[in-house]
Design a protein around this ligand. Structure first.
Ligand code: SAH
Length: 226
């Protein structure tokens, strides 16, 4: 998979992209992630990427020309399965969408900043508009990183066995996982549930299923689902 990200503040992307699982996925050549600095697509002395909105109002908008130039170059080089604009006005992101996006060959992420971007960029190029939650971020970079992280960990060979994504919460529909414990078996007077130490695989499986069911009910309730 190849993922391109267009950003006005590329520095905010590098540390997360070069850490832990995202780094390993790139080292293993499971994914290639290329960051494009919007300023590299300006042609004036001050490398200006923002301007005041027509019609007035507070805040600055990212100008369309650098996006047009960058996106036109990228789409002339390869076919993108999705060109994603990160936006609080978009469709709410979930695991099902992550699963679908993880099958793509080429993804392009467009990050807004300040008050947002000139809407013609979204209208002309973006195939998907995705929100990571009903709140407003300062830029699309964190949203892009959230989306990219959730996708990349699903690419076969990225996670090792002990990190397997298959039994994570939400992988199998609206279902959350049971609680987990590791050593020591007791801390601050709190004991690990006896059954997990019993060695009885059948009982352990039943306990996990029952806990998972209970936690799923609770999770649905606190999130007003169903
Ligand atoms: N004025 C805009 C918000 C701008 S926030 C509005 O009211 O819709 C600046 C940028 O941050 C946005 O262009 C978008 O790319 C990103 N962003 C903010 N909140 C987001 C969210 N919940 N999900 C995804 N991207 C978000």
């Amino acid at each position: 998979m190849r993922i391109d990200i267009i950003s006005a503040v590329p520095d905010s992307l590098f540390s997360p992209l070069n850490t832990s699982i995202l780094k390993r996925a790139q080292d293993k050549k499971k994914v290639e992630i290329i960051v494009h600095n919007l300023r590299d697509y300006t042609h004036d002395k001050h490398k200006q990427i923002d301007d005041k909105p027509f019609g007035g109002g507070p805040g600055m908008l990212l100008k369309p020309e650098p996006f047009f130039e960058c996106i036109e170059k990228l789409i002339s080089e390869r076919r993108y399965d999705h060109i994603i604009f990160t936006s609080p006005k978009g469709v709410l992101y979930n695991q099902k969408m992550a699963n679908k996006l993880s099958l793509a060959d080429n993804l392009l992420m467009v990050c807004g900043h300040y008050k947002g971007i000139d809407d013609r960029v979204r209208e002309k190029f973006c195939t998907d508009e995705i929100s990571i939650g009903n709140y407003v971020l300062s830029g699309g970079e964190l949203a892009s990183l959230v989306i990219i992280d959730s996708i990349v960990r699903l690419i076969p060979g990225v996670l090792n066995d002990s990190e397997s994504a298959l039994n994570d919460s939400l992988m199998d529909g609206d279902f959350v996982e049971p609680p987990y414990y590791t050593r020591p078996a007791e801390i601050a007077g709190m004991k690990v549930p006896e059954v997990l130490l019993s060695g009885n695989e059948k009982k352990i499986k039943e306990w996990k299923e029952q806990q998972s069911k209970l936690l799923t009910e609770k999770w649905k309730k606190i999130n007003n689902l169903e």
